[in-house]
Design a protein around this ligand. Structure first.
Ligand SMILES: [Cu+2]
Length: 228
């Protein structure tokens, strides 16, 4: 009797360990599969202080040019100094710097699961500009994506384009002549480190709860700030 219980327990423990390892391998695969090389954001110095200009676009479908394996993945892209869009979501930033961010969002709204994120936090003035207008809260249902850096207590909700938009972007890169919203804000990096950033809107259409695929793969809706 005792031995039977003991071997049952052992069986359960082995089963749990195997499941844990498999989950770990799966997450590791997702992270590395479409992992992103780092993009070093150019730095300027103003009055002895480091300043960077980070330009990003968010798109409903990344397209075959950037991701032949997953053209329909929702994604972030970064703009380099020459104006070219790159599918890189690991951004190298200087420590103790001011970061001016411009996000062009070409996607429509999915809505926030947690309405608290409709109010920006962790940015200068806890306010951003939305199409040029100072904004400190949006309707949670209008949210398309968020840009969030949990280690900084930073979250910015990105308003979507209306479903009735006449000139939506198909595949990235999306030209600024197509329908989009423009969001600008400023934040500051502190000490050196490797900080995760991510979207908190369940925007991955076709995945369980909208949180699979591009939402859990580095290089689409997630990345890192490499603060050096
Ligand atoms: Cu998103």
């Amino acid at each position: 009797m005792r031995t039977a219980t003991g071997s049952k327990l052992l069986g359960v423990l082995i089963g749990l360990a195997v499941a844990g390892v498999l989950i770990g391998l799966y997450v590791n695969k997702l992270t590395l599969d479409a992992g992103s090389p780092a993009y070093t954001v150019p730095v300027t110095t103003q009055g002895g202080h480091k300043v960077v200009d980070l330009q990003i676009e968010t798109v409903a479908a990344v397209g075959p040019q950037f991701s032949p394996a997953h053209p329909d993945y929702v994604s972030y892209l970064v703009r380099d100094a020459q104006g070219a869009w790159l599918r890189r979501t690991v951004w190298r930033l200087p420590a103790n710097a001011t970061v001016h961010v411009t996000i062009y969002n070409f996607d429509s709204a999915s809505g926030l699961r947690n309405p608290l994120y409709a109010r920006p936090q962790g940015i200068d003035g806890n306010s951003f500009t939305l199409d040029g207008k100072p904004t400190d809260v949006i309707d949670p249902n209008d949210t398309s994506h968020t840009f969030a850096v949990p280690a900084y207590g930073l979250v910015v909700p990105l308003s979507g384009i209306p479903d009735s938009a006449k000139h939506p972007c198909g595949y990235a890169p999306c030209a600024l002549s197509l329908d989009h919203r423009t969001i600008t804000f400023t934040f500051h990096t502190g000490k050196q480190g490797h900080f995760r950033w991510q979207c908190f809107v369940p925007c991955a259409a076709g995945w369980i709860d909208g949180f699979g695929g591009p939402m859990q793969t580095i290089g689409y809706m997630d990345g890192f700030l490499d603060v050096v």
